[in-house]
Design a protein. Structure first.
Length: 208
């Protein structure tokens, strides 16, 4: 039975083509170092998004204060580190990765580093799978990523725990070139907008 290059599929006469789960085929998994680099780039993106969202939130608070809808001292309240601000930061990061990877299969950091996120059956990553791996990142990142490093060293496809639980793989863009790339611009705009909105709402809520 011939193998269809680029998809890791096997076809036979009179049968539907079915993806082979975790069959590397021509796909090349991405190792820990490059994925850590992509994560750092996405962290930088997150800082920029948080800053912009915070500025917009502060402007909204200033307008509300002028209208007498916010009590004095809103600047001090806005600047405090609180459970709300920490929660907002976490939710913002999860939303960024979930939307970007679920819509387009890549974040900005992954795109720069030349990689793509796919389902383990080599189909496009879904929102649900992207959400699962984004949540699990906070476990994988324990001890400066040693948890993820250990899991990836034991996996042929270099899957961290989040990849295993969500059934996803991260491969090089060049090895997955035969698999159609989804709308990167849409995924980027939506992920940044939603992430920034969470930060903005958090700032406004803190100030009030």
């Amino acid at each position: 039975m011939p193998q269809l290059q680029g998809y890791g599929l096997r076809a036979s006469e009179g049968q539907h083509e079915e993806p082979l789960s975790l069959d590397p085929g021509p796909l090349v998994p991405v190792g820990f170092a490059l994925r850590a680099t992509a994560q750092l780039l996405d962290l930088l993106v997150g800082f920029v998004v948080a800053f912009v969202g915070g500025v917009i939130g502060a402007v909204v608070l200033a307008v509300l204060a002028r209208a007498g809808l916010v009590a004095d001292g809103w600047i001090e309240r806005m600047q405090r580190v609180s459970a709300l601000s920490l929660l907002a930061g976490t939710l913002s990061g999860i939303a960024y990765h979930t939307v970007a990877e679920g819509v387009s299969g890549v974040t900005i950091g992954k795109a720069i580093c030349g990689m793509r996120v796919l389902a383990a059956d080599q189909r496009p990553c879904t929102i649900a799978k992207a959400f699962g791996r984004a949540l699990a990142f906070y476990i994988d990142s324990f001890f400066f990523g040693l948890v993820a490093y250990g899991a990836m060293n034991q996996s042929t496809m270099k899957q961290r725990l989040g990849d295993r639980w969500a059934s996803t793989i991260v491969v090089t863009k060049s090895s997955a070139s035969a698999i159609p790339l989804r709308n990167f611009a849409l995924g980027t705009v939506l992920s940044i907008a939603i992430s920034g909105l969470i930060q903005m709402v958090s700032i406004i809520a803190s100030g009030r």
